[in-house]
Design a protein around this ligand. Structure first.
Ligand SMILES: Nc1nc2c(ncn2[C@@H]2O[C@H](COP(=O)(O)OP(=O)(O)O)[C@@H](O)[C@H]2O)c(=O)[nH]1
Ligand SMILES: [Mg+2]
Length: 251
């Protein structure tokens, strides 16, 4: 919006310099400016989904988000403030899906994740650490929280993180995870990932996005860049810049 305002200001000052061209800025002008100020890649978006995380501290939520959105992995990360990142995916070569991915801000350490974090999330990534059995069972509490705060029909994917440590430290088998998932019809799939070695990272987001797309297509909702979850009234990443940073761990 800031850039739109800047453009309007420069548009107006341009008119000042050329007084012979005097006309009002119409609604159409504003729409054209807004469209032009959107990066090409943000146009023609079929769906917008807000994706949030649930899972114990230390299971690898931030590492998964950073690997997916920035393509990097750093040992000993800590999350400060509230982070969201936006990424666009093509699903089955036919739909462009914009994901707004919200990391927790470390509140899970104190079990103080608030209603506002889950509000309007359409998709949820439930993360456990395959080297810690209690991180799988602990998800029961997070799912209870999600069910009381999130949209009633939120879809979830169960993700076993740190798959690169399977050989020496595995405590949870994929079968145990699938059995856990079978108790929750909202869980669309179970995937093991490694943010460290970049294994199955895109699979998580594509699988969840595809399930969400199929669900909303069935509902025959209008195609709109702001459907089903308008993000326009959410704080933009730039406004969050001072709150949101992922640093080397301060522990
Ligand atoms: N070996 C390995 N370590 C990981 C992986 N993902 C995260 N970690 C480590 O696990 C710790 C906690 O990760 P973090 O993303 O901060 O967890 P969060 O508290 O759930 O956000 C950090 O030391 C990460 O480097 C992974 O895929 N493999
Ligand atoms: Mg974190």
């Amino acid at each position: 919006m800031q850039s739109v305002v800047c453009r309007l200001v420069s548009y107006a000052s341009c008119e000042d310099r050329e007084p012979q061209i005097t006309r009002l800025v119409t609604r159409q002008d504003i729409l054209t400016i807004i469209t032009k100020s959107m990066p090409q890649s943000r146009q023609n978006i079929d769906f917008n989904f807000k994706i949030a995380f649930a899972g114990n501290a230390g299971v690898g939520k931030t590492a998964l988000m950073v690997r997916f959105t920035k393509g990097t992995f750093q040992e000993r990360l800590c999350t400060v403030g509230i982070c969201n990142e936006t990424k666009i995916l093509s699903i089955d070569d036919s739909s462009r899906v914009q994901l707004e991915i919200w990391d927790t801000a470390g509140q899970e350490r104190f079990r103080t994740i608030t209603q506002s974090y889950y509000r309007r999330a359409t998709g949820l990534i439930l993360l456990y650490d395959i080297t810690k059995y209690e991180s799988l069972t602990g998800l029961t509490h997070w799912i209870d929280d999600v069910k009381s705060y999130a949209l009633a029909d939120v879809l979830m994917i169960l993700v076993g993180a740190k798959q690169d440590l399977a050989a020496e430290k595995r405590e949870v088998t994929e079968e145990q995870a699938r059995k856990f998932a079978s108790n929750y019809p909202e869980i669309v799939d179970v995937v093991e990932t490694s943010a460290k070695n970049s294994v199955n990272i895109e699979t998580v987001f594509i699988t969840l996005s595809r399930a969400l797309k199929n669900k909303y297509e069935k509902k025959a909702q209008p195609q709109s860049p702001t459907f089903p979850n308008t993000i326009d009234n959410q704080p933009k990443p730039s406004l969050f810049a001072s709150l949101c940073s992922v640093n080397r761990c301060c522990n």
